[in-house]
Design a protein around this ligand. Structure first.
Ligand code: GCB
Length: 599
């Protein structure tokens, strides 16, 4: 390619995503589903495993004929007689399919899910079919009619179904497909299990016809004495009134809908949410026809040079990375209790911070973490070598970012939105990620933007952070595996770090692997002693970084990864956990615990 052509391409790539990003809007998700009247569709669903997707395509037509067997009579399709849910297997929802059925352990492809339920429609209400997440692509049908589809395995989506529901029996069918594709987010290559299925809860959510749809209620940027925000009301007219009340603060404000939003600002002196006292206030939002409550915390988060300030106070983030992997049983986390187990381990470690890797975790996880006083790093699966030059990939990543921020924008615990993990440098990647960072900021300018980088250059004296993406973020995350992917553990303590940016750095990954209860010399890989040595020396190295504002080593608990087949050691688990998947603590856990107790 000529220099001119390259330049032209770069300009196009920089501008195109901007054009897509021009309309900076939150997704239309109903905010705070726990405050709503819900009917759970969790439990056993009938399933049909369909690796060839014959239920989707008509084999006599070249083109797609989606939902082929659904278009025929549901229970007695003309030629696909074998697609019969009545005699099919069943899977639990929420849940991944890989750990529920031996023959689905490595499966990547399509599974059809079906659930029957009884319903009595009421004329004065709306009903939404709400999925907390399905990995990766879901196509949804209700009573044989296609509702739509959703791409992205870790964020919620909904359909308004009021007019399709009937008295008595109804059924929902979902085609879930977790096929990895080059253009997807994440792409074909990842270091965690590609768990397929309806992995989080499904609900029917009932609301009044005119209902509160969304709201954003937080402190004004860096101002601890001003609570501000907005509320949107579905099916309402301009000029209608919305009331926001915080009883404990004895504050009520009324706002009118203007251009679809009721915006407000009020002076108050709330007790600030912080890691020691994660204070949440009951906030009541009411219109003439609807009323919901939420528990909301108020805090400020900002940077000053290389420091992170929580409520104006310099705070060192003592963290740990967590995958959404269920303790003891493995597979996806599906219950609040499992979230609490993971979070309690992080508490025992002495953490005030968690990095929820590498995709948005469930709303339950975020809310429980907030209640326990954790600062939270939330991220989207823009991981490794996704197709930075592809417009559709950008649109997908941006949509996942929008959905994550839409869902969690009222959570004081969330302080960092991360747009990427370990992405190789290129002009296309720089423009892609800069656009994501700008998009996140447009949606939410009260939180800090970050990304985990592994692009630092290295020479005999040490490491230098100069990746140009550093310009686009507020906090620089650095993943670095001294003592594991390079160097001996002892060599790490000597390494000196420099940064071209006057910004905080979080060591967002550091660590090494060990099989629980495997003991030996400290230079023997996979032993607990080796892992402990990696931690000791990296801690020494990190103590010498004066612009370091936080740490989140990799990782709290061993997790499944099909990239990790090593017999007798890994057996399909990434062993960098400080705790085994059976809840057993390794020596390195206590090294980090000791460090945090003194920090
Ligand atoms: C990384 C990745 C993480 C991997 C980890 C490892 O740098 O960000 O997803 O699991 O290293 O264990 O290699």
């Amino acid at each position: 390619m000529t220099v001119f052509k390259k330049l032209f391409l770069l300009i196009i790539l920089t501008i195109a995503p901007r054009l897509i990003a021009q309309e900076t809007q939150f997704s239309n998700l109903i905010q705070n589903i726990d405050s709503r009247d819900k009917i759970s569709l969790n439990g056993l669903w009938d399933i049909i495993i369909d690796p060839l997707e014959n239920g989707f395509y008509n084999h006599r037509l070249q083109e797609k004929n989606d939902g082929y067997f659904l278009n025929a009579k549901m229970k007695s399709p003309s030629d696909l007689v074998e697609y019969n849910f009545d005699s099919s297997d069943q899977l639990m929802v929420p849940g991944d399919w890989n750990t529920q059925m031996e023959r689905l352990y490595y499966y990547e492809g399509t599974v059809w899910y079906k659930k029957d339920f009884d319903f009595t429609p009421k004329t004065d209400e709306l009903v939404y079919l709400y999925f907390e997440a399905a990995n990766y692509e879901a196509i949804v049908y209700l009573n044989g009619k296609k509702l739509g589809s959703h791409i992205g395995g870790y964020t919620p989506f909904q359909f308004e179904v009021s007019d399709l529901l009937k008295e008595g029996n109804n059924f929902v069918v979902v085609k879930v497909d977790n096929t990895r594709k080059r253009e997807n987010v994440p792409t074909v290559n990842q270091d965690w299990w590609n768990y397929g299925g309806i992995t989080r809860s499904v609900h029917l959510i009932k609301t009044p016809k005119k209902h509160i749809q969304d709201y954003y209620i937080q402190l004004a940027k860096n101002d601890p004495n001003t609570i501000e925000g907005w509320v949107t009301v579905n099916n309402a007219s301009e000029g209608e009134m919305v009331k926001v009340n915080i009883p404990e603060l004895k504050k009520t404000v009324e706002a009118t809908l203007k251009n679809g939003k009721a915006s407000f600002s009020l002076k108050a002196k709330p007790t600030l949410w912080d890691t020691q006292n994660p204070k949440l206030y009951e906030v009541v939002i009411a219109t003439q026809t609807d009323r919901i409550t939420d528990q909301i915390g108020f805090r400020t988060i900002q940077t000053n040079g290389s420091k992170i300030l929580l409520n104006g106070k310099e705070t060192f983030l003592k963290g740990i990375c967590i995958h959404e992997e269920a303790p003891f049983k493995t597979g996806r986390v599906t219950s609040k209790e499992e979230c609490i187990t993971l979070l309690n381990w992080a508490k025992q470690l002495g953490c005030n911070f968690i990095r929820l890797a590498h995709y948005p975790h469930s709303e339950t996880m975020v809310r429980e973490a907030e209640k326990m006083g954790f600062l939270i790093w939330s991220e989207i699966p823009v991981y490794w070598t996704i197709m930075f030059e592809n417009e559709a990939t950008y649109a997908n990543a941006e949509n996942q970012l929008t959905e994550m921020i839409s869902r969690d924008k009222n959570r004081a615990g969330v302080v960092l939105w991360s747009v990427a993990n370990e992405t190789p440098e290129s002009p296309e990647r720089l423009s892609f990620l800069t656009n994501l960072a700008n998009h996140a900021r447009k949606l939410d300018n009260t939180r800090l933007i970050t990304a985990a980088l592994d692009t630092q250059s290295q020479d005999a004296k040490g490491r230098l952070i100069e990746d140009p993406l550093g310009n686009a973020v507020d906090v620089i995350g650095i993943n670095n595996y001294c003592g594991w992917y390079y160097g001996t553990p002892e060599s790490c303590a000597e390494i000196k770090w420099k940064s071209a940016y006057n910004k905080p750095m979080i060591m967002s990954e550091v660590g090494g692997g060990a099989l629980f209860n495997l003991h030996g010399e400290k230079n023997e890989r996979w032993t607990e002693e080796y892992q402990a040595e990696v931690y000791k020396n990296n801690i020494e190295m990190m103590e010498n970084i004066d612009f370091l504002s936080g740490i989140s080593p990799w990782i709290l608990m061993d997790f499944r990864s099909s990239r990790r087949p090593l017999k007798r050691i890994q057996e399909d688990f990434n062993r960098k956990g400080l705790i085994s998947e059976q809840g057993m603590k390794k020596q390195a856990f206590y090294i980090l615990q000791d460090y945090y107790s003194k920090k």
